[in-house]
Design a protein around this ligand. Structure first.
Ligand SMILES: Cc1cc2nc3c(=O)[nH]c(=O)nc-3n(C[C@H](O)[C@H](O)[C@H](O)COP(=O)(O)OP(=O)(O)OC[C@H]3O[C@@H](n4cnc5c(N)ncnc54)[C@H](O)[C@@H]3O)c2cc1C
Length: 442
């Protein structure tokens, strides 16, 4: 299981964390600055630990809500919506660990003043403390369900609804405690702003996004089965058409008999200038298993486009050679990228490595070969892992030679993305030239 500890920050390369870090520093500065201004220092040093925990955790929790909104500025800050969701998870996880400093610090303070450490952590006649205990227990339960227990996606999403209530409870607890957030005007204003933003973000994504989010109506034009387990949905826009970059993705919700309306994310596998939007869907779970039964003429709504996968190509900030590495259904963003006019005109040589278990699953081989035939300096390589083993450093060196002039784009199963990213980092490829798109945003 991926956690904060097995997924180090070195893989992330975003300004977002800097922004989060800066807001934490501002919080500490306002808090300590106010204490200095009013000369109101704590007598018991354990209280500092308790307050660092509560201030940091509350702020990070508000950030976690903001990160769930799918707002464009947030996407830009964190380098794509898939990264935003990963960061949302890490930041929530850090908030969860930090919040324990609060009861721990207060209980230690209580114990150092002659009280009982354990009794402080249990219910009493003190409702400030009781709301804190309830909030902590709720937080622990929700985090365990969200991160450490593998439950079905729609149940997982439902448990997320309760985080809004949790933030409310934390706010109530903070107000009842009448601590420095209530006492110091600047600090109070700062936290009121963040808690307001956090709550507004929650209301937006849970209630308003379906109406206010960037959305486009489509009608299903064609449903095509390709191979055993991939279904292509072709959608025709109704009204204004969505403008997107190659390699971006959308959330789709269908008004169809075969599947529920639950929105699911899929990369756009058609060219940006194509009159029809194509989604290539691997049938692997309860919702995707039924997509083959969707009928032409049924209505679809897409939200988006999201993602920054091809941003560096569009901006022209790559090295001379682009290496596209698509594993299984992770090939979809590359189909769109290779079919785009922009990519055709870009000053880059390109190596497309399509990695699948066996030839039967290589359903997009022909399309990729045709796309790569558009330019002499585009090459298509098919990698069959059942025969050739997983992609390793030797394999890349053998097919690509030196990696010093390459920018890598990777999309596929998490194990593949992790192992290839690591071997590229070990081979000295700078992290900014290893760009990945993550299909698992939980
Ligand atoms: C940015 C992005 C692009 C993607 N592009 C493609 C693509 O081009 N082709 C493709 O086949 N798949 C793609 N996926 C994966 C696809 O969204 C999931 O496979 C699909 O939603 C699984 O649904 P299910 O109910 O059938 O499977 P389940 O077995 O219920 O779920 C499998 C996993 O998929 C994820 N998932 C399930 N439902 C949702 C949902 N409503 N929203 C978000 N995640 C969910 C969860 O992590 C879950 O553990 C993409 C995912 C992301 C995040």
């Amino acid at each position: 299981m991926k956690t904060l500890f097995t997924h180090p920050f070195r893989r992330q390369y975003h300004w977002g964390y800097l922004a989060v870090g800066c807001t934490l520093l501002v919080s500490y500065a306002l808090w300590l600055g106010s204490m200095w201004y009013y000369q109101d220092w704590y007598e018991n040093p354990w209280k500092y630990m308790a307050k660092v925990g509560s201030h940091s955790a509350t702020l990070l929790m508000c950030w976690a809500f903001i990160l769930a909104t799918r707002f464009r500025p947030v996407e830009v800050l964190f380098g794509g919506l898939d990264k935003v969701y990963k960061s949302h998870r890490y930041i929530g996880e850090i908030a969860f660990f930090l919040i324990f400093l609060h009861p721990l610090g207060l209980a230690l303070m209580h114990a150092s003043e002659g009280g009982s450490f354990w009794a402080y952590l249990w219910f009493s006649g003190d409702w400030v403390r009781n709301t804190g205990i309830i909030a902590l227990a709720g937080f622990a339960l929700l985090v365990v369900l969200s991160i450490y227990v593998k439950i079905r996606y729609h149940r997982w999403k439902r448990t997320h609804d309760f985080f809004g209530l949790l933030l409310l409870l934390i706010i109530v607890h903070g107000i009842m405690a009448k601590g420095e957030i209530v006492a110091y005007p600047l600090l109070g204003l700062w936290f009121a702003l963040w808690c307001g933003l956090g709550l507004a973000a929650y209301v937006y994504i849970r209630l308003l996004y379906r109406w206010l989010g960037p959305q486009y109506d489509h009608v299903v034009d064609e449903v095509r089965q390709v191979g055993d387990a991939v279904v292509e949905l072709y959608l025709k826009p109704q009204g204004r058409a969505m403008v997107h970059e190659p390699g971006q993705f959308v959330y789709i919700s269908l008004d169809a008999n075969a599947v529920s309306r639950e929105p699911h994310p899929f990369s756009i596998s058609s060219a940006p200038d194509s009159p029809r939007l194509r989604l290539s869907i691997k049938q692997l779970g309860d919702w995707t298993q039924s997509v083959h039964a969707i009928q032409a003429g049924e209505q679809a709504r897409v939200w988006g486009p999201y993602g920054h996968f091809s941003e560096t190509i569009v901006q022209g900030s790559c090295r001379q050679r682009l290496i596209f590495l698509g594993g299984g259904i992770g090939i979809t963003p590359f189909l769109s990228m290779l079919a785009s006019e922009r990519m055709r005109k870009a000053p880059y040589a390109c190596w497309m490595i399509y990695s699948v278990a066996d030839a039967q699953r290589a359903v997009y081989s022909e399309e990729l070969r045709t796309a790569c035939a558009q330019r002499d300096d585009w090459h298509c390589i098919q990698h069959l892992s059942d025969e050739e083993g997983f992609i390793n450093a030797d394999y890349l060196q053998q097919h690509l030679g030196s990696l010093n002039d390459c920018t890598f784009y990777i999309c596929g199963p998490q194990v593949m993305m992790d192992s290839v990213s690591n071997l590229l980092l070990d081979a000295g490829v700078p992290i900014e030239h290893i760009i990945s798109e993550d299909f698992d945003i939980r």
